[in-house]
Design a protein around this ligand. Structure first.
Ligand SMILES: Cc1cc2nc3c(=O)[nH]c(=O)nc-3n(C[C@H](O)[C@H](O)[C@H](O)COP(=O)(O)OP(=O)(O)OC[C@H]3O[C@@H](n4cnc5c(N)ncnc54)[C@H](O)[C@@H]3O)c2cc1C
Length: 477
């Protein structure tokens, strides 16, 4: 238990308003957006500068407290849940955009800046920051970096990692790290920046991020297609990619999700349809027109039930906004919403939908599936009740069997939500004990005492007792 002296020291260094330690204040900070995982921290601090991060870490060390970095807590794998108690370091008050450099096309911001705020700030200067997780109105850039977040535009524009040029942060021993810069090329030694991206708060606290910006697309077309069969929608995605058309967005919702979203936003989605695809092509006007025509032709060839082109930008934005509500809309339907992040090579999409349907029936579950179809990244979501143990067992069996097939197809257990607490077992299955050993050894170099976000990505244990690394283990990136 944290001492009253330590609380007093924290308040002295960070200010009273930036230190929470009463149980009622801590309650909501023991969760992220992952169902079924919760643990109370002993104290939550909101540093406003890097010096305050270091001061808080020093006090945590004196008290023997583990540290869990936190952004907005929208994570979907339990990453910011402080499973070992201790101190939560919440970066949301380090929220200044420090620079938009129009000569180098970069922006530099503190880790707590909200993703959409950065997007809007650079858009006001005629620039474009593409990564747009569905949570962009709330998620922080630090959380995006730590999870290597994807988003609706990932298909054409890539994920957070593709835009991170430089990072500043604090390592477990409180030393400062600055890695990367504004040079577009930099191969000087190991890529620490890339190691920190996606490290889920286990290797260092990210305090400042410099991202690459690009010119915005000049034109955009939005197409909405409905299908009588979800496999046909999957086939349409594979065919569009095979035709060498790369839309910026190709999102899917199945019937269950269409109905939940329609209940929620009431924009007239047809409830009887088995699936919809929301497709956006963007870029210079001439290729956009050509690509939109190509997409429409393929949709006709696969016999989509209906094909609509958005009337105008406002209509297009309302369709994208409806898609972004999918998770919230599903979450209203049952006490527990278990959401997974299965990702397959795109040519396997139609088969993945068949497999989800087969398993839904086999395990007698309610499942709604949506996701970034163009990335092969699906979120099959089981609507259940965690108080019903038998139903939860069936839900876990469903995911177990699904992941077995996904891995057999060369897919991955997480396309964008990270491993955190929720997918540790699946990660070990994907990369094998050899892969986990290498990750543990990297963790040991950065954080020998294991104080940063303990219990995440893999179970603890002495990483150096087993130095043998199996030949041929697979790491996905
Ligand atoms: C409705 C909804 C839609 C979503 N859509 C998407 C989507 O389309 N694509 C996608 O990829 N994800 C999506 N997510 C998941 C989530 O929003 C992302 O993972 C996001 O990047 C988390 O940001 P956060 O600020 O909430 O981080 P948190 O949830 O607070 O933390 C996430 C992880 O990052 C670590 N962390 C946070 N800040 C730092 C820091 N400064 N330094 C070091 N480590 C840190 C934490 O320890 C934790 O492990 C969605 C979530 C919701 C609820």
């Amino acid at each position: 238990m944290i001492s009253s002296t330590a609380i007093a020291h924290l308040k002295e260094k960070l200010g009273d308003a930036n230190v929470l330690h009463e149980k009622e204040d801590l309650l909501t900070l023991g969760y992220d957006s992952t169902p079924g995982v919760h643990h109370l921290p002993e104290v939550v601090v909101y540093p406003t500068t890097t010096e305050e991060v270091i001061a808080a870490m020093e006090i945590a060390e004196r008290e023997g407290l583990p540290l869990t970095p936190r952004g907005s807590g929208t994570g979907l794998s339990g990453g910011s849940v402080p499973v070992k108690g201790g101190m939560v370091l919440c970066l949301t008050r380090m929220n200044r955009i420090l620079e938009i450099d129009e000569e180098n096309l970069t922006a530099t911001a503190e880790a707590g800046v909200i993703t959409l705020d950065l997007f809007n700030a650079v858009a006001a200067k005629g620039l474009f920051y593409p990564p747009d997780p569905g949570s962009q109105k709330i998620s922080t850039l630090g959380g995006n970096v730590a999870e290597n977040a994807g988003g609706l535009r990932g298909l054409k524009y890539g994920v957070t990692r593709d835009y991170v040029m430089a990072l500043k942060g604090v390592l477990a021993d409180r030393s400062l790290i600055a890695t990367g810069g504004k040079s577009v090329k930099d191969v000087a030694g190991y890529g620490f920046k890339d190691l920190l991206v996606g490290s889920e708060g286990t290797l260092g606290i990210v305090t400042e991020i410099t991202v690459k910006l690009i010119p915005p697309p000049q034109d955009k077309r939005t197409i909405l297609a409905y299908f009588n069969d979800v496999r046909t929608a999957g086939e349409a995605v594979s065919r569009i990619i095979a035709a060498k058309i790369i839309p910026s967005t190709m999102e899917i919702m199945d019937r269950a999700v269409i109905n939940c979203v329609e209940d929620y936003v009431k924009i007239g989605l047809p409830r009887q349809m088995a699936a919809l695809l929301l497709i956006e092509v963007d870029g210079h006007p001439a290729p956009v027109a050509e690509e939109a025509a190509g997409v429409q032709k393929i949709l006709e060839q696969v016999k989509a039930a209906e094909i609509h082109v958005a009337r105008d930008a406002e209509h297009a934005a309302s369709l994208a906004a409806a898609r972004r509500t999918a998770l919230s809309a599903l979450a209203r339907m049952s006490p527990t919403t278990l959401l997974e992040d299965a990702t397959v090579p795109r040519s396997r999409l139609a088969e993945t939908f068949s497999e989800i349907e087969r398993l839904t029936e086999k395990y007698r579950l309610k499942v709604g599936t949506f996701g970034h179809a163009g990335d092969g990244n699906l979120h099959p979501t089981v609507l259940c009740d965690e108080r019903d143990h038998e139903e939860m067992e069936r839900a876990h069996a469903f995911y177990n069997e699904l992941y077995e097939q996904v891995l057999a197809w060369g897919g991955t257990v997480s396309g964008e939500h990270g491993i955190g607490l929720a997918k540790k077992e699946y990660l070990a299955r994907q990369i094998g004990p050899g892969g986990v050993q290498v990750m543990k050894r990297i963790k040991q170099v950065f954080d020998p005492q294991g104080i940063l976000n303990p219990g995440k990505i893999f179970d603890e244990g002495d990483p150096c007792t087993q130095v043998h690394v199996e030949e041929g283990f697979r790491v996905s990136h």
